[in-house]
Design a binder for this molecule. Structure first.
Ligand code: A3P
Length: 322
């Protein structure tokens, strides 16, 4: 059911491409033999099946993203909504422990934490589980039992910049930005293909168990996203003062400056990083504008246009203009 093939990549860990053959539980009909996902080589063997067979619960909520798309920001928001705005706990425990990362042990096998076990051990009334896996590799029960999925997408040029810094910080990338751009658009970094990941969820955005939102929307009007998400999660309406408190809590400045809202020190504790690694980097839309050269931007834009042509949409249909 899960097959893999080796892939040459400059990522400082062996990578493979993984395919799920015929995932007819995903509500999207297409030729799945064209969908490969680049992952650390630890994903093959029993691991893919452990994830595929993961037992979900009725109250589970999954936060699914391509990496560096605002996952942690959304985890804080969704966790607070699901936990009756328990700011005290949010201020005293990293999101990583309140909202486990399903396939963590494959991206960080030396971390001593098995993401699947961590999820299984959770007794929370609603588990909020993070994953970066594409639709076809997610636990099958998510689709078969219609578990709630919050999907956050972010524009590709900002994801390139943010993931480049992350990969350098986590000692996964030693080459330059030019090579990274080529690897990104060549589907040679973890979780790629970026566009396949996004487009499959974009096309499923009207499924009743899918809440599709963009980092750009969250940056533009977080209050509106909170209201829509709250309805999706069947949470109570927030009063004006609760909303104000929540928006202040979720601001980049507040989370960056807070001990447990900023995951940097926890990441540094769990894995090797560069000294100057900082997870909360810039937190803006458009950081590519002064970090990618015009040639790099052009290359990514052309790749995007040629990919999206097949689906008859443009990047701005998903992310708006910015
Ligand atoms: P930058 O590297 O562009 O700053 P993820 O959680 O998926 O890894 O995404 C990380 C990105 O989300 C980083 O982007 C990070 O700064 C940004 N981010 C985290 N919290 C944020 C917040 N409260 N507001 C805006 N951006 C945030």
């Amino acid at each position: 059911m899960y097959v893999s093939r080796p892939l040459d990549s400059l990522v400082t860990k062996p990578v493979v491409q993984v395919q799920c053959t015929g995932p007819d539980w995903v509500p999207l009909k297409q030729d799945w033999s064209q969908r490969w996902c680049t992952l650390p080589d630890g994903y093959i063997g029993d691991y893919a099946e452990r994830i595929g067979a993961f037992e979900t619960r009725e109250s589970d909520v999954f936060v699914v993203t391509f990496m560096k798309s605002g996952t942690t920001w959304m985890q804080e928001l969704a966790w607070l909504l699901l936990n009756d705005l328990d700011f005290e706990r949010a201020k005293s425990e990293y999101p990583f422990y309140r909202s486990p990362f399903l396939e963590y042990s494959v991206t960080n096998p030396d971390g001593g934490i098995d993401g699947i076990d961590k999820c299984n051990e959770m007794t929370d009334s609603s588990r909020l589980i993070k994953s970066h896996l594409p639709a076809q590799l997610l636990p099958r029960q998510i689709w078969k039992q219609s578990r709630k999925i919050i999907y956050v997408a972010r524009n590709p040029k900002d994801v390139v910049v943010s993931s480049y810094h992350q990969m350098i910080g986590l000692l996964r990338w030693e080459a330059g930005l030019d090579e990274f751009v080529d690897h990104f658009i060549g589907d040679k970094i973890f979780y790629a293909s970026y566009w396949e990941h996004i487009i499959d969820f974009y096309r499923m955005r009207n499924e009743k168990n899918v809440f599709f939102v963009t980092y750009e929307e969250m940056s533009r009007d977080l209050e509106d996203v909170v209201k829509r998400l709250s309805r999706f999660l069947d949470c109570k309406d927030l009063s004006g003062s609760e909303m104000e408190k929540l928006l202040n809590f979720l601001s980049f400045e507040n989370l960056k400056g807070s001990k447990f809202g900023n995951p940097t020190s926890n990441i540094k504790k769990l894995r090797k990083t560069t000294n100057d690694f900082n997870f909360m980097r810039r937190g803006i839309v458009g950081s590519y504008k002064d970090e990618l050269s015009p040639e790099q931007q052009d290359k990514i834009d052309k790749w995007t246009q040629s990919y999206l042509k097949e689906y008859g949409i443009q990047e701005s249909d998903i992310f708006g203009s910015f």
